[in-house]
Design a protein around this ligand. Structure first.
Ligand code: PLP
Length: 431
């Protein structure tokens, strides 16, 4: 009997004999001590992806700012901070996380279309490396905040290059009808205004056209438009020193064939040849996506009229991607011997009272039985960060594995903790 090969991009998550392991630790071992459901991440996989991204740009000044929203657990950020990573944050909350994990403000890029005045003030007070500004109105607000603090803040203007990223419509961000960035035609005016505003140091251009891109074409179109604008501005005497190319490079969930990071870097090296600029990148999914699994246990097998349901103890409140984006995640048993025998068409669903609460519908899977442990793969990015306590379910715990060691890096909250911030209205209290 040979165990199935899992994602070839992530050798850290594989069968050893019969047992599915994250590095040298079996999922069954973690489950026995932590209970299910839980996320497990491979520290080595995270580090390998980060190093590989950096190595692809060796010799070219390139700043890697990990996009914290993909997985904002403090231990995950700290794993990358130790390698010298910067951070890309989209809220003051993420800014706090990056700082707490050891990334100083001067390595943090602040992105997002709706930063409040308080958030901008926090960033300025913490020596933010760069604020990616997404509208003229935000630019004016930032100028006022910086001026009041007696500071000057480094700014990149995020442009919207009107490119179809050819990814899921809910994670496309660079089309003109999307809410992100300033359209290319208006960008020169915004630059002219920025030059006259106090407290603003114009440093660069930023672009991010979407997530889970599996082709280079849309990147090339977007970057060439940004570089063209860079040259137009230079001809008008606006000297910029930074180009921030955002994140978005896709990973393999099923049978996608995203470009390798070396191919992606090759295109960018070519396009920026001769430009005297620092490059910046904001990868999220690429770093952590395939480094994590969601482990869950089968509660019941239910024979429906037309479907065989595998009811598991994880649900859409733990991993929202299938419900939100119709996302595909591979599902495998924690014991390879389970996959021996006839695969059966099954639907893997969670306990939440929503029809959308399904991890797989009518999929050929090994014959599961009640009590079996299974892993939902490629769950390291946009997994735990989107979890909620919908149905008053404690969100899954998170575990970080390094070799034969593992640590709980976020506990499953207790029911008391889940209820703790509710307050009884005074007219209901008492009896
Ligand atoms: C979400 C986001 C990223 C990261 O995207 P990935 O697809 O996870 O690499 C980078 N930059 C910005 C501005 C983002 O909003």
């Amino acid at each position: 009997m040979s165990a199935p090969i899992l994602n070839p991009d992530t050798p850290e998550i594989a069968y050893r004999g019969d047992a599915l392991c994250v590095e040298d630790t079996t999922l069954a071992h973690i489950a026995a001590s932590v209970g299910t459901p839980f996320y497990a991440y491979s520290a080595n996989a995270i580090e390998r992806q980060y190093r590989r991204f950096g190595a692809a740009f060796a010799g070219r000044p390139a700043r890697l700012c990990y996009s914290v929203k993909a997985n904002s657990n403090l231990s995950v950020i700290a794993t990358l901070a130790r390698l010298g990573a910067g951070a890309d944050v989209v809220s003051e909350g993420e800014f706090h996380r990056a700082l707490a994990a050891g990334i100083p403000g001067n390595r943090i890029v602040f992105s997002g279309i709706g930063k409040t005045e308080a958030e901008l003030a926090f960033a300025v007070a913490h020596d933010v490396y760069q604020v990616n500004v997404e509208s003229r109105e935000e630019l004016e607000a930032l100028s006022a905040v910086a001026h009041r603090a007696g500071r000057t803040v480094a700014v990149a203007i995020r442009v919207n290059p009107d490119v179809d990223a050819r990814t899921h419509h809910k994670i496309t961000t660079g089309k003109k009808e999307n809410k992100f960035g300033i359209d290319l035609a208006h960008a020169p005016d915004v630059f002219a205004e920025a030059a006259s505003l106090p407290g603003i140091a114009l440093k660069g251009l930023a672009v991010h056209i979407g997530s889970q891109l599996t082709a280079l074409g849309p990147f090339e179109i977007a970057f060439s438009r940004v570089i063209e604008l860079f040259r137009v501005l230079a001809a008008r005497g606006v000297r910029l020193e930074r180009l921030d190319f955002g994140g978005g490079i896709g990973i393999r969930y099923r049978d996608e064939t995203p470009p390798t990071i070396e191919e992606y870097a090759g295109v960018i090296r070519q396009m920026t040849r001769g430009l005297d600029v620092e490059l910046a990148f904001e990868p999220g999914r690429y770093i952590v996506g395939n480094a994590g699994v969601l482990a869950t246990r089968v509660l019941y097998m239910k024979e429906g009229v037309t479907r065989r349901f595998v009811i598991v103890d994880a649900a859409m409140n733990d991993l929202l991607r299938p419900a939100l984006y119709d996302a595909w995640h591979e599902i495998v048993p924690a014991h390879a011997s389970k996959s021996v025998g006839q695969a059966v068409t099954q639907s893997v669903v969670g306990p939440v009272c929503e029809t959308g609460d399904a991890f797989a519908l009518d999929r050929l899977l090994p014959p599961f039985r009640a009590g079996d442990l299974m892993a939902i793969l490629s769950a390291g990015a946009y997994g735990a960060v989107m979890s909620s306590s919908y149905n008053t379910r404690p969100p899954a715990a998170e575990v970080l594995v390094r070799g034969g060691e593992f640590a709980v890096i976020r506990e499953r909250p207790s029911y008391d903790e889940l209820l703790a911030r509710d307050r009884m209205a005074p007219w209901l209290a008492g009896r």
